[in-house]
Design a protein around this ligand. Structure first.
Ligand code: NAI
Ligand code: 13P
Length: 323
C-alpha cells in the first residue's frame, strides 16, 4: 500500500517514517523542490528532523502527483496553511487524514471543517500526545484516528499502527480537534507561569482548569466531554503542558520571562500552533456562547495586552464558584 504525506515538517516526516515502519510506501511532499531534492539525496530532513534516517520506502517529492494512487493522504501542514494546500489539490482526492492541530484564523474553522469546505469527502483527524522525534525514533506512543466513517478509521489504524505506535479509533472528531487545538493554547499558559516564576501550583491549576475549558468547548461544538479525558485532550495536555520539550510551552516560558511574541518567534523555523490559534479559538468559543478565561488571557498576552502576573491576577480574581 502507498500513502502520501503532505507537509515535510517534523510531524509529516515522522509520520512518513512511521508509515514505512508499518510496511507502507510513503511519498513525502514538500513545498520546496530544493528541500525535497535535498531530503532525497541526504535521506534526512535536516531542517525539521535532523538525525533521523529516512527509510528507502519514503520518496520525497515536490510534485502533487504524489497523490495519484495513494490509499489515503496525511496532511501535516500547520493549521493556518491547510486551506492553501487543500486548494492546490485536484478535485478528486483520496481520503484525507489531517494531523494539524489548530483553529483557522478568520474563518474560525477546525481542520476537518476547512477540508469539508474545500474538498468534501471522507476525512479523519489524527491526534494525540506525540512528539515527532520520539515517534520517528520508534519510541512507544499512542494516538487516536477519529472520524464518523468507521471504514476510514479502520483503514488508517490498520495501515499506520504498529506495536510501538498504538492507534485507537474514535467517532468524535469534533472533540478530538478541539483537544488538539486547545492544548497548545493551554501549554502557552503553563509555560508562561513557569517563565514568570509563579510556580508549579499555578501551572497545575491552569492545566486542570484549561482542561475544563477544552471540555466545555468540545461539548458546545457537538463533541463529547469524555473525549477531553482521552489521548487528544488530557493525554496531549500532559505531554505538551508539563515540560519545555513542547514548542508551545517553550514559547509561553519566553513570554513569561518578559519577551514579546515577535522576540520569542524571531529566527524560529518551527511552528508553535497555539500562538495563531489562541485568538481564533476564543472567538469560535464566543460565537458558541462559551467563555474561555484562560485561553482568552493567553490571546491577550500574545497580543502584548497584559503581563503574566496581571493575567494570573485577573484569573484568580474571577467570582468564586463551584468547580
Ligand atoms: N512536531 C510535532 O511533534 C507535532 C506536530 N503536530 C502538528 O503538525 C502540524 C505541523 O507541525 P510540524 O510538522 O511540527 O511543523 P514544523 O514546525 O516542523 O515545520 C513547519 C512546516 O510548515 C510548513 N509551512 C510553513 N509555511 C508554510 C506555508 N506557507 N504553506 C505550507 N506549508 C508551510 C513547512 O514547510 C513545514 O512543513 C502542526 O499543526 C502541529 O501542531 C502534531 C503532532 C506532533
Ligand atoms: O503536538 C505536539 C505533541 O503532541 C507537539 O507539541 P508542540 O507543538 O508544543 O511542540
Amino acid at each position: 500500500m502507498r500513502i502520501a504525506v503532505l507537509g515535510a515538517g517534523a510531524w509529516g516526516t515522522a509520520l512518513a517514517v512511521q508509515a514505512a515502519r508499518a510496511g507502507l510506501e510513503a511519498t513525502l511532499w514538500a513545498r520546496d523542490a530544493d528541500r525535497a531534492a535535498a531530503m532525497a539525496t541526504a535521506r534526512e530532513n535536516a531542517r525539521h528532523l535532523p538525525g533521523v534516517a529516512l527509510p528507502a520506502a519514503i520518496a520525497p517529492t515536490a510534485d502533487l502527483g504524489a497523490l495519484d494512487g495513494a490509499a489515503f493522504v496525511l496532511l501535516a501542514v500547520p493549521a493556518q496553511h491547510l486551506r492553501a494546500i487543500l486548494a492546490r489539490l485536484p478535485r478528486a482526492v483520496p481520503p484525507l487524514v489531517i494531523a494539524a492541530k489548530g483553529v483557522e484564523q478568520g474563518s474560525l474553522l477546525l481542520p476537518l471543517e476547512v477540508a469539508e469546505a474545500l474538498r468534501p469527502g471522507p476525512a479523519a483527524i489524527l491526534s494525540g500526545p506525540n512528539f515527532a522525534r520520539e515517534v520517528a525514533l520508534g519510541l512507544p506512543a499512542a494516538a487516536v484516528v477519529a472520524c464518523r466513517d468507521a471504514a476510514l478509521r479502520d483503514l488508517v489504524g490498520a495501515a499506520m499502527g504498529t506495536t510501538g505506535f498504538r492507534l485507537y479509533g474514535g467517532d468524535d472528531p469534533v472533540g478530538v480537534q478541539v483537544g488538539g487545538a486547545a492544548k497548545n493554547v493551554i501549554a502557552i499558559a503553563a509555560g508562561a507561569v513557569i517563565g514568570a516564576g509563579l510556580g508549579e501550583n499555578a501551572r497545575a491549576a491552569l492545566v486542570t482548569r484549561g482542561l475544563a475549558e477544552l471540555s466545555r468547548l468540545a461539548v458546545a461544538l457537538g463533541g463529547r466531554a469524555e473525549t477531553a479525558a482521552g489521548l487528544s485532550g488530557m493525554g496531549d495536555l500532559l505531554l505538551t503542558a508539563t515540560g519545555p520539550g513542547s514548542r508551545n510551552t517553550a514559547l509561553g516560558m519566553e513570554l513569561g520571562r518578559g519577551r514579546s511574541l515577535a522576540e520569542a518567534l524571531a529566527g524560529k523555523v518551527s511552528v508553535a500552533e497555539g500562538a495563531a490559534t489562541a485568538p481564533a479559538l476564543v472567538a469560535r468559543a464566543a460565537a458558541a456562547g462559551v467563555e474561555l478565561p484562560i485561553c482568552a488571557a493567553v490571546a491577550e498576552l500574545l497580543a502584548g495586552g497584559l503581563t503574566v502576573p496581571e493575567a494570573m491576577g485577573r484569573l484568580l480574581a474571577r467570582p468564586r464558584r463551584d468547580e
